[in-house]
Design a protein around this ligand. Structure first.
Ligand code: ZN
Length: 518
């Protein structure tokens, strides 16, 4: 069983470009597979989507809401980098005597030792990490230099070239480990389809199928590799999927502005004076160099310890507001963290009734403001779980509209010209076990149970996802009922976690550059 992830891949592009005759191998795969939309997690971002994929568990049970996520108790943004995610599908495979290859999956570190190979994914803070460790040198030798991420500057030709090169290297390396290990389960991810769409989508709802469009260029390269990959694994079960979709973004809704007006958020006039002074240095540097070159410049002229605490965005989003001391916590009952199309609503009160009351008022204010702004939203009650789990999620259902955590905008709905995640990713499953036709209502947490069931392994009973109706009627998995069991993972390998505040700030800087923090 092979699961090939294409981060952020969307049928909006695949189908448009298949129909126009440009992606022959996606066309073949669509034809020969059972396929349909794959709904992402709430929220539809890399983490928690990949950890939910790996565990078959809803984010509420993982208490994981981003590479960095708001902590209701400490009122800070924590990094989730060194948080162990228990009960991944490859752990269950290992537990039942199977072997896995896990390649480039975000949130796969820290891992517990499995029979097989794990290669870490960016933006892990480490430059290199593999299990077992000797696999890293094997990987670097194999593809003549391997990188966890594209370090070129987005917007440049060099970035596009590096993206295409990384697509080549990831396919080559994933195939190498599949051949070398002959695993029961292989799970690998091509990240370039997401990153290129963030930076090069352009003005259209569907970018043109033109050779000078970088998004199309990367999809075309993926299509070529997909053809070879499908040929190589013609008689195997192959699942191709993405963690969320993608779309043009023309407007952003600003829930924190709405909450401030409703009296649920109070801002201080000015924040910490040291931060403010650094802020003006930042503005001067920013004017000269633009935001992207700033960090590199700043690291050259001032000590790293000074730069590390410096908010790099110019916007007053939740993370910057917290680090600059701009939130008057005594006068604040609810804050919203942003995650693409989802507003994560945190009530701060410890008392359950107080929190529920504050949430009700936030919901009413947000629903009214959304209606006034002419956008469709739905609310999901997440139930108060761990410190990072929001009480409530507000999901924007109107296409091409996202959420911002910014306080400093002059309308509830502001114009932007960018691109970002959509709720539905892709799912295509092809091979002897799978039927053809459509699959409906598939959710990203359904992949792990479906894969384990196909492999005739029992499912950890912690999984919240379901085995999907994707099997061919005469296939072996179709004749069995899913079996669950109480899976208890061994201790995680946790050494080498994020070390100290300085390193933590560097990780946050990196996340800002990638658009995960504002
Ligand atoms: Zn993305």
């Amino acid at each position: 069983m092979i699961v090939l992830g294409l981060d952020g891949a969307t049928f909006t592009l695949v189908d448009a470009w298949v129909d126009a005759g440009h992606l022959p191998n996606f066309a073949r795969l669509r034809e020969e597979s059972v396929s349909g939309d794959l709904e992402s997690t709430v929220p539809e971002i890399t983490v928690p989507a990949w950890p939910s994929f790996a565990t078959g568990r809803d984010p509420t049970t993982l208490d994981m809401y981003g590479f960095s996520h708001f902590n209701r108790r400490t009122r800070e943004n924590d990094l989730s980098h060194d948080e162990f995610v228990p009960g991944k599908m490859w752990d269950a495979v290992d537990d039942q005597g199977g072997r896995s290859v896990v390649f480039n999956i975000p949130g796969s570190y820290p891992w517990q030792a499995i029979d097989g190979t794990i290669i870490a994914a960016a933006p892990e803070y480490k430059e290199e990490y593999s299990h077992p460790p000797e696999r890293w040198d094997e990987l670097v030798d194999l593809v003549d230099g391997y990188k966890l991420r594209n370090d070129e500057e987005p917007g440049t030709r060099a970035y596009v070239d590096a993206s295409v090169d990384l697509v080549d290297k990831r396919f080559e390396a994933f195939e190498h480990f599949i051949q070398a290990e002959d695993p029961d389960l292989a799970v690998g991810l091509i990240r370039g389809t997401d990153r290129i769409a963030h930076h090069y989508w352009g003005a259209e709802s569907v970018p043109p199928a033109s050779t000078d469009n970088a998004v199309f260029e990367v999809y075309q390269r993926v299509d070529e590799h997909l053809g070879e990959f499908l040929d190589e694994h013609d008689d195997e079960d192959v699942v191709v999927m993405s963690d969320h979709g993608f779309e043009k973004v023309r407007e952003q809704f600003a829930p924190n502005r709405v909450l401030e007006r409703a009296g649920l958020v109070t801002l201080n006039e000015s924040g910490d004076s040291t931060q403010a002074a650094l802020g003006s240095l930042r503005d001067v540097a920013s004017d000269v160099l633009g935001k992207l070159g700033l960090l590199t410049f700043a690291r050259k002229v001032v000590p790293a310890s000074t730069v590390a605490g410096l908010p790099t965005g110019d916007n007053l989003g939740l993370d910057n507001a917290i680090s600059m001391g701009r939130i008057d916590w005594d006068g604040t009952e609810v804050v919203v963290d942003q995650a693409q199309k989802t507003a994560l609503v945190y009530a701060l009160a410890d008392d359950a009734d107080e929190a529920a009351d504050a949430c009700d008022r936030a919901r009413t204010a947000l629903a009214d403001a959304a209606a006034d702004a002419g956008i469709d939203v739905r609310f999901e009650d997440l139930g108060r779980g761990g410190d990072h789990t929001p009480d409530l999620a507000m999901i924007v259902e109107t296409p091409e509209v996202h959420v911002t955590s910014r306080f400093d905008v002059d309308a509830d709905l502001v114009d932007v010209d960018t691109s970002g995640h959509a709720r539905n990713g892709i799912l295509l499953a092809r091979g002897p076990s799978f039927r053809d036709g459509d699959v409906e209502d598939a959710h990203i947490t359904d992949i792990a149970p479906t894969v384990l069931h196909a492999l005739d392994y029992r499912l950890p009973e912690t999984m919240t996802g379901d085995v999907l109706d994707v099997f061919a009627p005469d296939s072996e998995p179709a004749t069995r009922d899913p079996e669950t069991y109480a899976f208890v993972g061994e201790d995680a390998i946790t050494e080498g976690g994020v070390d100290g505040e300085e390193q933590e700030d560097e990780v946050k800087d990196r996340l800002r550059e990638l658009g995960y923090l504002e």
